[in-house]
Design a protein around this ligand. Structure first.
Ligand code: NAD
Ligand code: LMR
Length: 338
């Protein structure tokens, strides 16, 4: 038995060395808000990701328990929990990707903008720390209202002299996840094969799924497209109402956040043709930030892709969303510069 365990120890040691030093670079991922409804399952999913070598879990409370729990999962990454502002610097140092699901969620009857007063301040202080401790990290902003928190982050980084538009992302992957699921149901196609770009922003009518570009193609009636569009735009509210006061999407968001962080890591590692939709600094429209397909690479955004051709219904949706999206962006910029 001792020979067997010596051999298996030896081979797993070799396998580990081969894995990390030859094929997969060391990558540190930080979750800010790791003890929350999104933070906990997202931390678990990042622990399952073999591209992560170091997983840093930060929250103002509750992180030691979450970190101890997640750390027992027998996967590659080392897990460390950090609690309270005094430990934020250590949590962030050396980060390659920082995922931010910190802040309050909606209750029924609220809009995402109703979260602004609390979450804007949280995001501002977390981004101030990022600019100090890991200015080169890719930032994945989940905290709502994303249409404003991303511009807040950009302004904070500009003031600190660390802004790089290639490294700041609003996470809109949940809109894509929803659009794919809802489309597959109506088009009767296997959901795993479905692709649907979602552009604009991440709130109500600013979420614009482009079902005219959905693949596999299906000849859905216009009223079905209209209903699918509305369901995608209201997907967050559907969950908020079903949870009836106990918060908003956490599990599907953790899944979406893990998908997007994985795409960022693949880009950093030089995997070619990694394309995801994200809310980024953009000149695809006249708005300073806009969600569209983005090619990810070794420095973050490699290319912001254009919108492609839109149906008349989508063109109309695009014009309708611009004033609301612009005003949310401007609200964020104004707050950060107060
Ligand atoms: P939650 O209340 O369950 O968890 C939030 C966590 O943030 C808590 O653990 C809290 O302690 C922590 N926190 C608060 N202030 C902090 C600070 N200064 N530093 C670090 N952590 C801090 O909420 P949740 O359901 O996880 O949602 C979090 C946010 O994500 C909300 O703003 C919600 O609207 C947003 N959200 C975004 C999307 C999206 O698609 N982008 C989807 C779902 C939810
Ligand atoms: C979502 O889309 O589920 C999130 O933005 C949370 C919310 O408030 O709807």
């Amino acid at each position: 038995r001792s020979l067997h365990s010596a051999v298996s120890r030896g081979s797993s040691h070799l396998a580990r060395r081969g894995y990390s030093s030859e094929s997969t670079p060391e990558r540190k991922v930080v979750v800010l808000g790791a003890a929350g409804g999104i933070g906990q399952p997202l931390s678990l999913l990042m622990k399952l990701n073999p591209l992560v070598s170091s997983l840093s879990l930060y929250d103002i409370a509750g992180t030691p328990g979450v970190a101890a729990d997640v750390s027992h999962v027998n996967t590659r990454s080392e897990v460390v929990g950090y609690q309270g502002e005094g430990e934020l610097g250590k949590a962030l140092e050396g980060a390659d990707v920082v995922i931010i699901p910190a802040g309050v969620p909606r209750k029924p009857g609220m809009t995402r903008d109703d979260l602004f007063n609390i979450n804007a301040g949280i995001v501002k202080s977390l981004c101030t720390a990022i600019s100090k401790y890991c200015p080169k990290a890719l930032v994945n902003m989940i905290s709502n209202p994303v249409n404003s928190t991303v511009p807040i982050a950009a302004e904070v980084f500009k003031k600190a002299g660390t802004y790089d538009e290639k490294r700041l992302f609003g996470v809109t992957t949940l809109d894509v996840v929803r659009a794919k699921t809802f489309y597959a149901g109506k088009a009767k196609v296997p959901v795993a094969e479905v692709n649907v770009p979602v552009i604009g922003g991440h709130a109500g009518i600013t979420i614009l799924p482009l079902f005219s570009q959905a693949t596999p193609q299906a000849n859905l009636d216009h009223d079905v497209i209209v209903a699918l569009t509305k369901r995608t735009q209201d997907g967050g509210t559907e969950v908020v109402e079903a949870k009836a006061g106990k918060g908003s999407a956490t599990l599907s968001m953790a899944y979406a956040g893990a998908l997007f962080a994985d795409a960022c890591l693949k880009g950093l590692n030089g995997v070619p043709d990694v394309v995801e939709c994200s809310f980024v600094q953009s000149n695809v429209t006249e708005l300073p930030f806009f969600a569209s397909k983005v090619r990810l690479g070794k420095n973050g955004v490699e290319e912001v892709l254009g919108l492609g051709s839109l149906s008349d219904f989508e063109k109309e949706g695009l014009e309708k969303l611009k004033p609301e999206l612009l005003s949310s962006i401007e609200k964020g910029i104004k707050f950060a510069n107060q």
